[in-house]
Design a protein around this ligand. Structure first.
Ligand code: GLP
Length: 252
């Protein structure tokens, strides 16, 4: 089936919400439904500022006794090369802080690329195999970078298939410097799941909020499918849901 024909059969769902609070609640409900319906789900998780509210809601539901993470397995999208889990800018630290330390997830069931492994080839192949051994991802959560990156798959000439090492673009380093003391401290490389790894997930849910995402949301989902806008490939996924606020959808 060609890309155009495939596009015909794919139905991208857009859930339009008022603001970040509603986005976080609705997206958390989608993840919660997955956890309730399949308590041993493999969840693909994301970092960045966009999913923080969603994680807060999941923790709240867990505290009310509505969610059980004991059999949930997680695989994170990416990690900075060179940062150890105790570095407060590492994605492992972020996940512990926002979710893992607050729910009954078994640390054995948590997977994040090891940013301290200097052997990129070994680390990426280990991670890709670990995802395969879990039987693949049931639901993958995504944010979107200002340049259309998903995970850390930066704009390029092709869609990378598997977990790999990337050189971060200047625009990503610039966008992510807000989390670091100084731009010189932002790592220049990351390990990330590939576009193929992400596209194999059974369901994909993206959260996007704020006016700064409006241009890229329009390009990614109303423009042509191109590796120059990595998120545009999601137009071809059979079960893709975008949960976005009015500001992020303002150019559509
Ligand atoms: C980082 C992460 C992405 C995330 C993006 C957007 O680059 N690797 O997974 O989607 O930031 O971040 P934010 O949600 O803060 O806009």
């Amino acid at each position: 089936m060609g890309a155009e024909a495939l596009k015909e059969v794919c139905i991208m769902k857009i859930i339009r919400v008022k603001d970040y609070e509603e986005l976080s609640r609705k997206a958390a409900n989608i993840l919660a439904a997955q956890i309730v319906l399949k308590p041993e789900s493999v969840l693909g998780l994301a970092t960045g500022s966009s999913p923080i509210g969603l994680y807060e809601h999941l923790v709240e539901m867990y505290n009310h006794g509505d969610l059980d993470f004991s059999n949930i397995k997680t695989v994170n999208l990416d990690e900075y090369v060179g940062l150890s889990p105790d570095n407060d800018q590492s994605y492992k630290y972020f996940m512990n802080e926002h979710l893992f330390s607050k729910v009954n997830i078994d640390s054995k069931n948590v997977n994040i690329p090891d940013g301290t492994n200097p052997d990129a080839e070994a680390e990426c192949s280990r991670y890709e195999k670990a995802i395969g051994a879990l039987g693949g991802i049931d639901l993958q959560l995504l944010g979107i970078g200002n340049n259309g990156h998903i995970g850390f798959n930066e704009p390029g000439d092709f869609f990378p298939k598997e977990t790999h090492i990337v050189d971060l673009t200047e625009s990503t380093i610039e966008a992510n410097k807000r989390f670091f003391e100084d731009i010189s401290m932002v790592p220049r490389q990351a390990y990330t799941m590939g576009i193929g790894t992400i596209m194999k997930a059974g369901k994909i849910v993206m959260v996007a909020n704020g006016e700064k995402k409006a241009t890229i949301i329009k390009e990614a989902f109303y423009g042509k499918i191109t590796p120059q806008v990595p998120a545009s490939i999601l137009q071809l996924h059979p079960d893709f849901t975008l949960v976005a606020d009015e500001a992020a959808l303002s150019q559509i």
